[in-house]
Design a binder for this molecule. Structure first.
Ligand code: MLT
Length: 270
């Protein structure tokens, strides 16, 4: 596994972890996490693929830079990483939650590069007023108090078993939350609050698509996820058993098998 730092044309220093060789599979993490949420995928899927896991601006080892970015800016970062690390290979994008919101923006701007994509524990809808106010509030708490106070209540929603003492996965997730900075939390909440609505575009997403969510995910619930995925013409939908918002960590065996089946049977990349 290699960790490298790339400087984007807009002057942002991005940390990228990569492993393996072959067709490129880029993994986009959720909020408020970083590439470490993909360690099982970096280990296992890299036996067949060039797995690439960037840290979004301000998370993990990536620097925040200016605090007023948008999700289209993050899609530009993804395209920059692709051109630097995977420009010759078939390219598959996998985005979880906030990573999925960025994947939608990537599709709009650079969809011609996608051989297929995986949208997991995410949604195409923009925020309603209540969700937008909650994000503004979280940004205020982060800046006026601290990042931990703002993000730690989320852990109960991220995992089925959020017991930090007894569950090593909860311990890892807790560590990622502990590493967040106030400015990164505030900037990403503001960017997500302003994100576009992709519901109207679902029927024109004519590319091989796998949609996953967790059996117990309250943020991207199974029925709602099944409903929107049915509007994407060729989407395959599946539910990851025994998981909430983080199936790649909570049930990596099922998650990785679902991804490998898609890459082999639908995309013919294995
Ligand atoms: C995530 O996991 O990225 C967040 O739940 C996304 C969000 O806050 O909408």
């Amino acid at each position: 596994m290699n960790s490298i730092s790339l400087l984007t044309p807009t002057g942002h220093s991005l940390a990228v972890t990569a492993s393996g060789s072959g067709p490129a599979l880029m993994l986009l993490h959720g909020f408020p996490l970083n590439h470490r949420m993909w360690l099982s995928q970096l280990a296992e899927l890299s036996q067949h693929f060039h797995v690439i896991a960037p840290d979004f601006r301000g998370f993990g080892q990536s620097l925040l830079g200016d605090t007023d970015y948008s999700l289209p800016d993050l899609a530009d970062d993804v395209e920059f990483v692709r051109t630097r690390l995977a420009s010759d290979a078939p390219f598959v994008l996998c985005g979880l939650s906030m990573g999925g919101y960025v994947a939608f923006e990537y599709w709009r701007r650079y969809g011609q590069h996608l051989a297929g994509w995986i949208l997991t524990n995410t949604k195409p809808q923009a925020d309603d007023d209540a969700a937008r106010s909650a994000r503004v509030k979280m940004a205020e708490v982060a800046v006026e108090k601290d990042a931990w106070t703002a993000v730690h209540p989320m852990i109960a929603k991220l995992l089925v078993d959020a017991d930090v003492e007894a569950n090593p996965i909860a311990h890892d997730v807790h560590g990622m939350l502990r590493n967040c900075t106030a400015d990164a939390v505030a900037a990403s909440q503001r960017a997500m609050a302003r994100r576009a609505d992709f519901t109207e575009h679902l029927s024109s997403m004519r590319l091989p698509t796998l949609v996953l969510t967790g059996e117990h995910d309250a943020i991207a619930p199974p029925q709602a996820t099944r409903d929107w995925s049915a509007q994407i013409p060729s989407a395959v939908f599946d539910i990851v058993p025994g998981t909430a918002h983080l199936p790649p960590l909570e049930n990596p065996q099922f998650f990785n098998n679902a991804v490998l089946d898609f890459l082999r049977d639908t995309l013919g990349l294995l």
